[in-house]
Design a protein around this ligand. Structure first.
Ligand SMILES: NC(=O)c1ccc[n+]([C@@H]2O[C@H](COP(=O)([O-])OP(=O)(O)OC[C@H]3O[C@@H](n4cnc5c(N)ncnc54)[C@H](O)[C@@H]3O)[C@@H](O)[C@H]2O)c1
Length: 323
């Protein structure tokens, strides 16, 4: 991405009060950037921005990315937009087909259109491993195709990627797109680790596990995720650069359950498997095996600090201790 160094930039972070957005905001401020957070607080939490709020280079706008006048105002003077605001719940598509379209596709179209109109040239977008669907090559590289998502969430992110690419090539804009594995860490309020801790708090003797427990996924700690995001933006070469972001390995759901029960100091917890759908998926749209190749980011010098097990353990510890 041909842009100023992030440390000298004015950036807008949509979804700044969310799990990943708040960690990103903290890191960008530490780097020296001027950060404007933008969030409608639908699932975000202002407490996550307590440290940021003490920094004179931080400002916050409570707004929806679909609210064009408010977004246009917030975009003035911005060098780079980190667009994270989204509905990240993969399972939601099962019950409602419109939410991902509106919150991910329409919202992203609005963000990039407002950027175009206000002359902001650089966008960083948080996409997902689910764009690959049930990939036949594991670990899955960025060049894998055809991409056939099996969830509406994955479909909406792939559509958003396509639109960003179209805008960039038509209007001389630049994009870095990250396809994240499962991101975990403090402040995360959804996903399997969070779900297991909550279920075990209610009943420490049994744990209902969606699917057959054999789903294998890669988990990446949010600190590694943010490192990769900063590193990728500063080293991207193409007009539209796509990077997978994950850890070097993957683990199954039973191992996640074992880590969580261990961290909570529980013994002899009875695991009950729902069996799931389609031969072991947790739900319609759940990918059975997800492991992204991170060779592309590693080939330009980035390295993750944590593997999947360590990432889940650190996360369970932070959820349990309330940090
Ligand atoms: N957490 C993961 O494992 C993961 C994996 C792949 C991709 N992602 C992507 O990373 C991004 C951040 O995810 P997260 O886990 O931090 O989710 P999150 O729900 O914690 O954060 C999303 C934030 O966006 C805000 N928001 C939602 N809709 C908005 C709107 N219309 N206008 C303004 N603000 C809005 C919410 O209030 C929230 O603060 C998302 O784009 C998500 O799809 C996350």
């Amino acid at each position: 991405m041909k842009t100023k160094k992030l440390s000298e930039s004015r950036v807008l972070v949509t979804g700044a009060a969310g799990f990943i957005g708040s960690h990103l905001t903290d890191r960008l401020l530490n780097l020296g950037a001027e950060v404007s957070g933008y969030d409608n607080l639908s699932s975000g939490n202002m407490d996550f921005l307590t440290e940021a709020a003490k920094n004179g280079r931080f400002s916050f706008v409570k707004g929806d990315v679909l609210d064009t006048p408010t977004l246009t105002d917030a975009m003035k003077g911005i060098d780079t937009v980190f667009h994270l605001a989204a509905n990240p719940d993969v399972r939601l598509g099962e019950s409602d087909s419109r939410i991902h379209f509106r919150q991910n596709v329409e919202a992203t179209q609005n963000v990039i259109e407002v950027m175009r109109k206000t002359g902001v040239k650089n966008i960083v977008f948080t996409s997902t491993s689910t764009v690959y669907g049930e990939a036949e090559i594991i670990p899955t590289p960025e060049s894998y195709g055809p991409t056939i998502p099996i969830s509406l969430y994955g479909a909406s992110k792939l559509a958003s990627e396509a639109m960003i690419s179209g805008f960039c090539h038509t209007y001389d804009m630049n994009a870095v797109i990250y396809r994240f594995a499962n991101v975990v860490g403090s402040r995360s309020n959804h996903g399997v680790t969070f779900d297991f801790v909550n279920k075990l708090r209610k009943d420490p003797n049994r744990l209902v596990i969606l699917g057959n427990g054999g789903q294998k996924k890669s988990y990446t700690h949010v600190s590694d995720t943010i490192d990769a995001m900063i590193f990728g933006v500063e080293n991207a070469k193409e007009r539209v650069e796509i990077f997978n972001m994950g850890s070097k390995d993957y683990i199954d759901v039973v191992m996640v359950a074992d880590i969580v029960t261990d961290v909570m100091g529980l013994k002899d917890v009875k695991y009950e498997f729902t069996g799931g759908v389609d031969g072991g998926r947790g739900w319609k749209g759940d990918v059975r095996v997800m492991h992204l190749s991170i060779e592309k980011l590693m080939s330009i010098g980035w390295r993750p600090k944590y593997n999947s097990e360590e990432s889940v353990r650190l996360t369970a510890e932070s959820i349990v201790s309330g940090i």
